[in-house]
Design a protein around this ligand. Sequence first.
Ligand code: SF4
Length: 477
Amino acid sequence: MTDVRTPPTAAVPTDALKKVGFISLGCPKALVDSERILTQLRAEGYQVAGSYEDADTVIVNTCGFITPAVEESLNAIGEALDATGKVIVTGCLGERPETIMERHPKVAAITGSEAVDDVMRHVRELLPQDDNPFTSLLPSTGVKLTPRHYAYVKIAEGCNHTCSFCIIPKLRGLQVSRDAGAVLYEAFRLIAGGTKELMIISQDTSAYGVDVRYRESEFQGEQVRAHLVDLAQKLGEMGAWVRMHYIYPYPHIENVVRLMAEGKILPYLDVPLQHAAPSVLKRMRRPGAGKQLETIRRWREICPELTIRSTFIVGFPGETESDFQLLLDFLEDARLDRVGAFTYSEVEEADATHFEDRVPEAVKQERLARFMEVAQRISAEKLQEKVGRVMDVIIDEFNDDEGDAPGTKLIGRTKGDAPGIDGQVYLYAGDLAGQVKIGDIVEAIIEDADEYDLYGEVQAVKPWKPNVPMLGHFGKH
Ligand code: SF4
């Protein structure tokens, strides 16, 4: 579903409202249409649903500009139909109803682009409003579809591994990679619409394309392989921040790290290692396990700026004190920048549920505390090394206290921090108070650091010049 942030509906009980899902595809011009439709929906007392499950009907604002966009639109219509059975199609592809009807004869209505009134007429027919005393209370404020400055791009679904603590392959099935062309067009559209940072995600990003044998597909008249290195290269050429999540330490990742050293994509790898003791890794059935330290050293040789994030499980069945000690030693040697840890907990249906030699809860907790102590110290030391440096920081939010002029204090992230999971940079805007916008990338001098976060002051706002034509002025706040 589209990333629509609706204004709060104050005291209106939300279950009293009819809910409309909205998928907005296409260029920023189509986004403007989407904003208009969403504004009208709210003005008439409909609520925008956050998921298919919540939606009574779905509007798909389509793009028909190029073949992959048509395909993406048709797929989105199919998904929405499967989920709700009631779909209104609008936008560019709506100009070619025969294409839609051929694939999806059950759509409820089709309109062309810039057809807010027609769309609303169909919504009213499908979801008539009863005399609801609450809807009259709704404000008719405009809905902004302003894209956030970062976005997640999923490149594959499912997973081909059989980690013994995980049931994702059972839930989602084997890996199905998207065509590189589809991913690249999505990235292109996002960047054109104002997105500055793309988080590349899947269950095992390093295995991208294996299932489709690195099939080629079209992007801007060229054939591109569904291979992580090729994809990263092409994404990097678009000029936005590109961040890689869920990478396993396979040999070809070295070539991705080379792209980081060249400044094409962010020097950041999220590598969930889960453990370091060979016997535990074996029981976990982890992909890419073994020689972890060597691999990390090699990556750092290629790209000294690299930030490595990882997650670990402590107290996995059979983990002995000496296994755990190996893990602590690994942590000291690898000096990972960002580390998360969890105690092992059982997941119904996971194979590890039947493993013997469970670690008592108290031991798990004690190991977690010891682990976090080491991880925190290393993180603090590594962040301390950044004090005095000038770093690029992407601004996520304002942090003004009462009485501050707007935009005096800001919170952002460096290239080494993913949103939500890593550290933050707390900044004073200084002379630039009021001039820095959310989503801007600034140069900041780092003045202080603690275990997780950095502190500093903005020195300059960097111009934003992606290699993608900006089709509108989105992202302004
Ligand atoms: S934990 Fe293992 S099985 Fe589960 S999604 Fe990740 S790689 Fe696949």
